[in-house]
Design a protein around this ligand. Structure first.
Ligand code: TRP
Length: 458
């Protein structure tokens, strides 16, 4: 076995620090903004069950594989894949898994920052009291007006991208641990408060039924793909974010337990978000399939009616900004690590360059909401740039990355290599993981992708 590598970018101070950072990456807009809207578009219960199955059967094993590869390679995903492939005597072409991930991270960051910008704007709006006593129609009108103003969206998008770039340029570890340690629990508490409020709307039961009673007739190849895509997006898998965080993890930490904790917390937050939002959707007669604006068209109604709602709304959106912030950082980190390693760039410069490029790309997403909305020249497969970036990254690029990572971890790496690195003392646990990553995840991902493209229609 080769001598243990160390990362030139440093190491987490403890296993807890890694758990906090990885949870910070996983918990974000994906749980609170994306999960409810994709659930609504996919018809509810059946989608939720499929999503949970994907988290357990695909997400968890792939997460373990990603952390394991990262810790063994100790470099940016591109260099990690190249190094590990060489070590196993295989083709350096495996580095393209890292390139695919970098491209996905870029695209995600670009629209992620736009949505995080909405969240920033909504924090300010809540506290200013514009939602006080507003009706569902009023809140919807405020939202429509907001997204039709490109200049305002651009201002918030810019602020968020600058915030992200600043943290990354100072190194991922300083500051991040503190943010996650205190702000994540606070977000959690506020989410529970929102669920408590939703319980009193009278439509709580309907929402619970909607979320947890599967209507299997609603399952189509698209719904299955959405569920898998949501699992990858929400857990930050398939692009190297968790891999790079794993590369800063100490050798003594147990990977399986760590991964299980992260997946559990992430899933819990998503379910709570669903329970907070759908009772409002039904109470006010809104369409569950309203799309990416869903939480911005529902939650403000509740903030406008509850006592102290201006403050609760403000806190909620501020905490959501922090959750998005700690996620966005993990999207930039693989690119920055690569620029530092391969181009000898200073961290600050690398972060600024990455942020600038993603900011430019985000402008395409932003304009698709207003100036280019419905313009055939900027519409692809019926989607504008924002929807297109969102769909193609989650439903194609991340699963493809996950598939290749599984194949690499289970077919290219030898048993000795992966077993030693995973730290699964328990022989049965290791066998289960290996069977999952060798057969179950690659086959499942492959079938779901092929099925959707129509190559394999039942
Ligand atoms: N998981 C984050 C969320 O739910 C988003 C995110 C951060 C992400 N890093 C990622 C998604 C890497 C895919 C890949 O908001």
């Amino acid at each position: 076995m080769p001598a243990r590598r160390t990362s030139i970018h440093g190491e987490w101070s403890s296993r807890l620090a890694f758990i906090l950072a990885a949870t910070g990456s996983a918990v974000g807009l994906g749980n609170i903004w994306r999960f409810p809207y994709v659930t609504g578009e996919s018809g509810g219960g059946a989608f939720v069950i499929l999503y949970l199955v994907c988290v357990a059967a695909i997400g968890l094993p792939v997460m373990m594989a990603e952390i394991m590869l990262g810790r063994r390679g100790r470099q940016s995903p591109i260099n990690t894949m190249r190094t590990l492939a060489r070590e196993e005597g295989r083709s350096p072409a495996w580095q393209y898994v890292g390139w695919l991930g970098m491209a996905a991270g870029f695209l995600i960051l670009s629209f992620y920052s736009v949505i995080a910008g909405w969240t920033l704007a909504y924090a300010l709006r809540s506290v200013s009291g514009v939602f006080n006593g507003a009706t569902a129609e009023g809140v919807a009108a405020i939202f429509e007006e907001f997204i039709s103003d490109p200049e305002r969206l651009l201002a918030w998008h810019t602020i968020f991208m600058v915030m992200t770039t600043i943290v990354v340029s100072r190194g991922v570890k300083s500051g991040l641990e503190q943010a996650v340690r205190y702000l994540m629990p606070a977000l959690f508490v506020l989410l529970v408060v929102m669920v408590g409020y939703a319980m009193n709307t009278g439509q709580f039961e309907q929402a619970v039924n909607y979320l947890f009673t599967p209507d299997f007739s609603k399952i189509t190849s698209g719904v299955v793909l959405n569920a898998m895509g949501q699992a990858f997006f929400s857990l930050s898998l398939g692009m190297g974010a968790i891999m790079i965080y794993g590369s800063y993890l100490s050798h003594t930490a147990s990977i399986p337990r760590t991964a299980a904790i992260i997946a559990l917390m992430d899933t819990l937050v998503a379910i709570l978000a669903g329970l907070a939002i759908f009772p409002l959707v039904f109470e006010y007669g809104l369409a569950p399939s309203a799309g990416p604006g869903l939480i911005f068209q529902t939650l403000p109604i509740a903030f406008g009616q509850m006592p102290g709602g201006a403050l609760v709304g403000f806190l909620f959106f501020v905490l959501l900004v922090f959750a998005a912030w700690t996620s966005a950082i993990s999207l930039v980190e693989p690119v920055v690590a690569w620029l530092v390693e391969n181009r000898g760039m200073q961290r600050v410069k690398a972060a600024a360059l990455t942020g600038l490029m993603a900011w430019l790309c985000g402008i395409l997403a932003l304009l698709s909401l207003n100036l280019w909305s419905g313009d055939a020249r900027f519409t692809f497969f019926g989607k504008g740039f924002l929807d297109l970036f969102d769909w193609v990254t989650s439903n194609v690029m991340l699963p493809l990355g996950g598939l290749l990572i599984s194949v690499f971890a289970a077919w290219i790496m030898t048993r000795e290599s992966s077993r030693g690195e995973l730290g699964l003392a328990n022989g049965m646990g290791y066998t289960l993981w290996r069977v999952l990553v060798r057969y179950v995840t690659p086959v499942a991902i492959g079938l779901i992708l092929l099925n959707k493209t129509g190559i394999l229609t039942p």
